[in-house]
Design a protein around this ligand. Structure first.
Ligand code: HEC
Length: 114
């Protein structure tokens, strides 16, 4: 019985952690809803213009930071970009976490070792 309670407790903790870290499936749905791939490429590795960033496999915390910076706009630690400022408008903090988790989960061409 104690083991069962411990298992339930661990499951709840894991579920909470997953939500705090972002949900990959929810993030995928959001990138489809807002058509992020139309610029960043359907695999998020082949942007439509070489000046657009590749996002697949990028660090989750970096992606979150970048998306929040576009939301901040001109303020401290903000980013001001004519294109992305409009893109992040509808995203909540949880949406940003979910999107970051999804993009991070994708196969990447970023260097992981040198
Ligand atoms: C109309 C084209 C377009 C669309 C649609 C678009 N982006 Fe972007 N995205 C860009 C461009 C251009 C940049 C580079 C902006 C800059 O220089 O700050 C960028 C930058 C980013 C960055 C920062 C990357 C980095 O390395 O700093 C993230 C994260 C990002 N986009 C995520 C998204 C997400 C999530 C969506 C969908 C909600 C989306 N983008 C939709 C064009 C687009």
């Amino acid at each position: 019985m104690n083991k069962l309670i411990a298992a339930i407790g661990l499951t709840l903790i894991a579920a909470g952690a997953a939500r705090a870290a972002g949900n990959v499936d929810a993030g995928k749905a959001l990138t489809e809803k807002y058509a992020c791939f139309s610029c960043h490429g359907k695999d998020f590795n082949t942007p439509i213009d070489p000046s657009y960033p590749k996002l697949a496999g990028q660090h989750r915390d970096y992606l979150e930071h970048a998306l929040k910076a576009y939301k901040r706009g001109d303020g401290a630690n903000g980013r001001n970009n004519a294109i992305m400022t409009g893109q992040v408008k509808p995203l909540s903090d949880q949406d940003i976490k979910d999107v970051a988790a999804y993009l991070h989960s994708l196969p990447t061409s970023l260097a992981t070792h040198r």
